[in-house]
Design a protein around this ligand. Sequence first.
Ligand code: SF4
Length: 485
Amino acid sequence: MTDTLVPAQSLLSPADDAGSPKRLFIKTYGCQMNVYDSERMADVLRPLGYATTDTAEGADFVILNTCHIREKAAEKVYSELGKLREMKEDRAASGRGMTIAVAGCVAQAEGEEIMRRQPAVDLVVGPQAYHQLPELLTRTARARGERIGADFAPNDKFDALPTQRGGTSVAAFLTVQEGCDKFCTFCVVPYTRGAEWSRPVAAVLAEARELAARGVREVTLLGQNVNAYDGEGADGKPSSLARLVYALADIPGLDRIRYTTSHPNDMSDDLIAAHGELPQLMPYLHLPVQTGSDRLLRLMNRKHGRQKYFDLIDRIREARPDIALSGDFIVGFPGETDRDFEDTMDLVRRVRYASAFSFLYSPRPGTPAATMGAQVPDAVARPRLHALQALLLEQQAAFNAAQGGKTFEVLFEKKGRERRQAIGRSPYLQSVHMEDADHLIGQIVPVFIASGEQNSLTGQLPGHHHQSGSRPQAESRRAASDRTP
Ligand code: SF4
């Protein structure tokens, strides 16, 4: 076996040279398998703006992809690392950085030892873990206060803050947090949006007061990981999302507060308690889990298992028994088996969602999942998606139907299609349609729910119940499909 220098030109496309100022040098030792892995590493790093080069001189990122089979392999790596350390020091002296990684078998066998013996090494990545390189590299850059300039196509559903529901004059969005530190393997947000960052409490409160002064009655706090919110409070210390919500609830006129999107791992005790204590915090929670399979949760790097999700749901329901739960699901994630999918169906049956988004997995170039292999054929994934959506639709219809006969407050936001019809939102985020109600727009009023349909509720003013005998609610059968609330 010979040491193999991955031929730079085989990894370079013309486009790489054009727009990528960062240079990646991979030195590959050992077998053909390692050559293959090196090519994959170059692939996953390309969206981060790295183009391969054939020399360590001038490289921003150097990876030694090692092999343990030959004797003295480790010593060769250490000697190579000694040379790289000098290069790194030279570059640092001229104000440029160099990141050094050791990958492959030696990395696996001697990971900690390598970091100890050669502090110039920034990253150690074992075999089969090359797909974690973007995450590891981005974390290293963040720790140094640098930002990775990624060139992912910015059209992923996870890449934008949620805007499914357009703001109206009485219900507004308020961004409080951006970015993500979670690195789910299917998602580009950590690379495109950077590290988690929260606006200071004072700035959020000032904007909320302005909104309230303009007649806004409901705010939805937005963030890619909104419940990881830790903006600076008045005391100079980080404030939790729950504390922010309590402060917002004190603003006169702001009667309803929502937040989205949340990660299960950031669902703190004080936030759960707030759902039980604070009438302004609406009983609706979007808490994506993506899959019910523990195996896939691991592959997705979600950092929690299904039991933790069930336990969370139990605690949330204990605090607020009537809460409407919503989620996101990905069907056909690489390697998803019938068993994995059945775990998802089982989770959905146990949780009982009020609404949910479900998506067919589609690989985003540069994300770890895109290189995982074992992509699920469309012919297998699509019927699974249909089965899941049928179940979610059934649950949504049941949740809506269960509201029939209840009376609760509705915030009327806009006119409906029919004459004098107004459309509002229930505390559970359902659309409520009511006849002869356009004069109520901008108000929160108690409404009797005459019936619940697939996508909306039909309301009447309490004391004015009448057999509507009117036309059935126009239903679009969109619920629980792509991008449908
Ligand atoms: S938590 Fe996961 S899915 Fe959500 S933005 Fe972060 S990486 Fe993407």
